[in-house]
Design a protein around this ligand. Sequence first.
Ligand SMILES: [Fe+2]
Ligand SMILES: [Fe+2]
Length: 353
Amino acid sequence: MPDERTFVLVTDRPDRSAAISAALQVIGACDVVGPDETWQHRRGLAGVISDVTLSRPETDHCLRALQHRFRDRDLPVVCLLRKTTRETLRHAKTLGATVCMPAYAPPETIVAALANQAGIFAESAERAVGLGVVRAGEALTGLLAEARAGQQVRMGAVEAGLGPILTAVQEGGLARWLDTVWTHDDATYQHCLLVAGLAAQFALHLGFRHEDQFRFVRAALIHDVGKARIPLEILNKPGRLAPDEFAVMRTHAALGHEILLAGGEIDPMTLSAVRHHHEMLDGSGYPDGLVGGAIGDMVRLLTICDIYAALTERRPYKDPMPMAEALRILAGMHGKLEARLVQSFGEAMAAAA
Ligand SMILES: [Fe+2]
Ligand SMILES: [Fe+2]
């Protein structure tokens, strides 16, 4: 079982070990050892990550000891290399490396490689989604609670939720993410986690650079932070809002922008995404009635994810809308959404189905 599965991280980089061992939690327990230590536990070992300078004699000793102890089975060993010369690759193989990666690879990528090697992909996918929803939920809970209480929001706390969302969608698949999030009772949480998952899938599909994936998912997760200041009887009202209630609801975009500014947010894309995710290319949106080129690309992408999430949300009082119908409605919003991006979004959803 995943809870009993143990991995050893042999490392001489204490600054990186916390991030790698946190990412490893998705697939099991992690024991961190230095290169001059010997792993003595009697538990079964499911795999090793080596993040050490291979030329050090103690590294040789440590890795060979593990290799010898578990010689009767194929132990997956991910070896992180500071230099990828033919010589270091050969050296890593003699120390039992089953896969070699650059030392600066993101922790999630390292863990995914180990999970694949250890043949535990399906189980790890499920755990990745579970952990992602929990971490993202925690990040969001803190943010919304601070905003609701009129306190200054701490944007730093949001960061911890981003990697787990991307890992969950990448490893576990969007469908699993949506199924898990749809079970969430609170409409605002459900919606923000849905939009974040859709944004992760869209960013991965479009091949965003690593840092842009994070920025986009971050904006998606917090895009409706202004709803924390909307009265609950309006926010959670089942069915359609009356015109005056709708006017109150619409203030969430500008309120969210204010909340982020007060919290010290400086990223222009994030600020714009929070303020403008209800703007339409034809100027019919709110709060500023922006037209065409005044709406940035990332904001346009987020708006598509947002509308799709709203259309497909699960509520006790209505049947969920199927994916194909929601995509048809998006495609029918001529002049309001960029057709090319709607098409890409449909492809990203189809790729995840
Ligand atoms: Fe919104
Ligand atoms: Fe939204």
